[in-house]
Write a new protein. Sequence first.
Length: 319
Amino acid sequence: MKILAIQNRMGIGDMVIFLPFIDAIAKKYNCPIDILVKESSKASQILNDNKNIGKIIILDRDNNDKNKRHDGLIGFFALISDLKKYDFDKVFIFNSSLRFYLICKFAEIKKIYQYPLFKKNKQHIIDAAKNLLNKLNLKIESNPQIFIEENLIKLAEKKFSINNNQINILLGIGGSGPTKRTPTNKLIEFMKLTLKEYDCKFFLATGKEEEEQKILNDIILSFKEKCVPLDKLSISETLPIIKNCKIAICNDTSFSHLSAALGIPTIVLMCDSPLLYGNYSSKMHPIIPDGMETVSHNSRGKEKINPNKIFNKFKSIIN
């Protein structure tokens, strides 16, 4: 049987969130699932060792560039052509788009499972997927898993001189926007509290934007001997390093999703995102800003992230 799953959201975190649902489909039908995803999901870097994933087909579509292969009317027919050659028996469409429904119909996919059409507004990212698979009597726990070969973990341990007698910490200091990035002084204060009581090494994960690089450089300036920057590595190169860590402290960024999916207890600093992005996995432990009961878009809470709260949660997990 040949089965396709369509996950058209753009982020790494989005890709991770949908993994339990794709894995469940693979186990039900006892076959790997081909996926249609955007390049920005980094699926080809994070799913290499997942035996439930078959071919990774790239959806060449971009909201900011309408000249991609699968954009517009021409792109509509191009995607039909691209999918038709695979001769899929079933497709699971993790969205409410009429466009994708019609594409799959014209691609002659025999059985189509999809969210209710035209119901995108205020759609819960996890509950909508659960409801879709309820049709197959599949009950899914939202605990994504990313798999890495043991030899890659050992190679990273050797290459980066990772000492398991220390507490190795992933510090995800970046973020997709400035409102999601915990201020440098808050992170430094947490690191000071930690180093007073524990022998630690910090692996600093961030992107290449100017503000992210400034945060990275300021932290290295304060704790050079205790830090290893990861910003020049690819996602696939960072995964074995993360797997060697005992705990992660991350903004709501791709690294919080990756570390939790690797089985690492992950403290998620929820500055300006819906809380569900920081608590959907049992490995996640969200910290919300002081004075707030919950967080969402436009919470703008990064200045109220409390380093003492982070440290107390860190101690409770480590101990």
